[in-house]
Design a protein around this ligand. Structure first.
Ligand SMILES: [Zn+2]
Ligand SMILES: [Zn+2]
Length: 332
């Protein structure tokens, strides 16, 4: 395939665009020309960390949408020109979990990364069709930013009778607010210290938003629910005290879904805690149905787009100015 451009990390909060060989593909893989890759918390943490990035050029980018460029000999289904998003889990393909397509549970799983580059190699059966009428930058949100929180809400049993609080209103939380409404939740509260994120959550359907620095959220949630507390809390904040507050705000038999953070166990109370990581690949089709029903809006989650040539600037903005950014997407 020849050469490509990629973001290479050279030190903490430092990087440059380099020319490297495009990745070779195995027989069961496709080469995808990446058109958009979102910057996620994992990528921002990678950017800030000491030393180079262990994943190499393209770093940890994993929220990719693009176009099939080349198809391996044993790949099925796809042809050059097909528009796809990439389900970000590589796995052994042979174990009981993989046979059930539950690739996230495979003991040999790894992440499909290096998305801040022009091309990536990915197994043909981890490519998912991009819906019509959606741009690449928006489609890049359909994986982690839509799939992850909605999987968490499904694990929490969210439906027409559940009140929901989403703790943390970054892009994943904004996906969670919309997802809760899309799954039928009648009352959704969003919590974040940043005003820009609370405003976005309100635009995307939150019934109430709370700034925990102004209003004690646990007490306020109890007031808003006749003293009982929330049925389901989705925690997207990697701070244990926030996970604890989310737990405390639950009603008895309520469920805390942890995308991040860890509360202290309080087993004497009849409350449920469920871990949640990424999503089953078959949920993608269900989520596209919600998108077609116009229950999910992708564009308002994106605050900035940068070309790959300006990726270092995009990372600096994302890392240093969470109060001004929602999702920052790199486009190629
Ligand atoms: Zn992500
Ligand atoms: Zn496996």
């Amino acid at each position: 395939m020849g050469k490509m451009k990629a973001l290479k990390k050279t030190g903490p909060c430092k990087g440059e665009i380099v020319d490297i060989d495009a990745p070779p593909i195995a027989d069961d893989e496709c080469l995808v020309r990446i058109k958009a890759c979102g910057i996620c918390a994992w990528d921002a943490n990678t950017w800030k960390a000491e030393g180079p990035d262990p994943f190499g050029p393209g770093i940890t980018g994993h929220e990719m949408a693009g176009v099939v460029a080349e198809v391996g000999r044993k790949s099925k289904k796809w042809k050059p020109g097909d528009k796809v998003v990439i389900y970000g889990v590589r796995s052994c393909g042979a174990c009981p979990h993989c046979r059930r397509r539950n690739y996230r549970y495979c003991m040999k799983k790894s992440a499909i990364v290096n998305g801040f580059a022009e091309y990536v190699a990915a197994p043909w059966n981890r490519l998912l069709p991009m819906p019509r009428g959606v741009r690449f930058a928006e489609a890049s949100l359909l994986i982690d930013i839509v799939g992850t929180p909605i999987h968490g809400l499904r694990r929490g049993g969210v439906g027409r009778k559940t009140t929901v609080a989403v703790w943390g209103l970054g892009p994943v939380g904004l996906g969670g607010v919309q997802g809760a409404k899309a799954l039928g939740a009648p009352f959704v509260i969003g919590v974040d210290i940043l005003a820009n994120r609370r405003r976005a959550a309100e635009r995307l359907g939150a019934d109430v938003t709370l700034d925990p620095r102004q209003t004690p959220p646990v007490e306020r949630m109890k007031e808003l629910t006749e003293g009982e507390g929330m049925h389901v809390c989705l925690n997207a904040v990697a701070v244990d005290s926030v996970a604890q507050a989310a737990y405390d705000s639950l009603r008895l038999d309520g469920t805390l879904v942890l995308l991040a953070g860890q509360p202290q166990a309080k087993g004497q109370l009849e409350k449920n805690i469920r871990g949640s990581w990424y999503f089953h690949i078959d949920e993608y089709a269900k989520n596209l149905r919600l998108l077609r029903q116009r229950k999910l809006k992708l564009r308002p989650i994106i605050s900035h787009r940068f070309p790959l040539s300006r990726a270092p600037e995009a990372f600096d903005l994302r890392v240093n100015h969470p109060d001004e950014t929602l999702k920052v997407v790199i486009t190629m």
